[in-house]
Write a protein that binds this ligand. Sequence first.
Ligand code: SF4
Length: 471
Amino acid sequence: MTRDDGVVLVDDHFRDQCGVFGVFGAKEAANLTYLGLHALQHRGQESAGVAVSNGEQLTVHRARGLVQEVFTEEVLAQLVGDRAIGHVRYSTTGGSDVKNAQPLAAEFAAGPIAVAHNGNLTNGGALRARLEADGAIFSSATDTEAVLHLVAREAGSAPERVAAALSQATGAYSMVFLTRDTLIAVRDPNGFRPLCLGRLGDGYVVASEPPAFHLIGGEYLRDVEPGEMLVITDDGLVSSRPFAEAARKMCIFEYVYFARSDAAFNGIGVYSARKRLGATLAREQPVDADIVIPVPDSGVAAAMGFAAVTGLRYELGLIRSHYVGRTFIEPQQSIRHFGVRLKLHPVSEVLKGQRVVVIDDSIVRGTTSRKIVKMIRDSGAREVHVRISSPPTAWPCFYGIDTPDRDELIASAHTPEQIAEHITADSLGYLSIAGLREGVGGDGYCDACFSGAYPIVTEDVPAARRLRVIE
Ligand code: SF4
């Protein structure tokens, strides 16, 4: 898929939009945030930013690019303080302009405030329209900025303002706010997007995923609960639940693909969950074959689970290049469509003459799967059977994941048999929804992109925005 800015998305995956990080009470907070964001880089590669406070002043730096590109030694040297928040982004609302990079920051009557958001408000457009009608002006196209406006219009302390502002929001938000003296971490009542709390020395850390703690020598304490707000100051940490209760609906796709394999949420490890999904897939969709191979890296654990149940030989028949990001600029028109080959390489000595089962985590449009099947067959495989460690993705997401429209999702209008024909596989089998739920411990998850059962109906469609800023 090529976007109008010339960037080619060589992946045919749903995309997580953002990772958030926060640290309070630690020297070199910006450096720690830089490292934490590095551990969350898989959650967004378009822009990165850090806001830091030394108790008196808030300093923010954000730009397009990977974490290591955005934060040079020179930049980090200017980010001084013992409390900070950070963000990596892949755009959901608002496109990829630098003006939409986060943390967003503003000054209002109570002083400076910065915010970093993972998620998508289902009434973001309505909130914005209401604020614009009331005279507010916006400098970004994000729904997050509407929250900042609401915070500014409320009264009381920063946590009171944040709670009152977010009481007007619906949808998905795992957010971190920073004022000069307070770090606030808050998760929406359904808990769509993950958010975790950790300890670092005498201070606290929060992050989308626990591996961000491990990288900086921190310790995971627990998940921030759906509907919970944590307020961290020099006096310590206070937890409250300022919102109306709602059913827990954490995104089940975090276990299938988005989260790192070494992450765990609520005591359920992503790696072991993926192995269980592969094992259940093997029981539900058996196939007579010689070897099992994963589409690396996300299919690896599921393929191991599949191989363990079937007794088939587990092999690495595809090697992934780790030097290609999830986006890559196509150099010229004449050599288009090399994207998959750039990223995955077949191992002919493994594949030649074999009946191959290839395990992937999902099929979105089918374009990549078709190329992978051809690549395996061209390398001499006798048969290529595709097994997917999640159910068919037939519905778009409105809760902070970038997905194509429904009519672009191949499973929305085609049966597995038709999709198998399209991707030229000898057979195709998906995991059932029951098998997926069982693999992650049962209820309490959103699985709307598989089931169509949306926990919250979206109220608005983001409006087209005309303001573009390039720095
Ligand atoms: S619709 Fe799918 S991707 Fe979106 S939150 Fe629900 S499970 Fe996750």
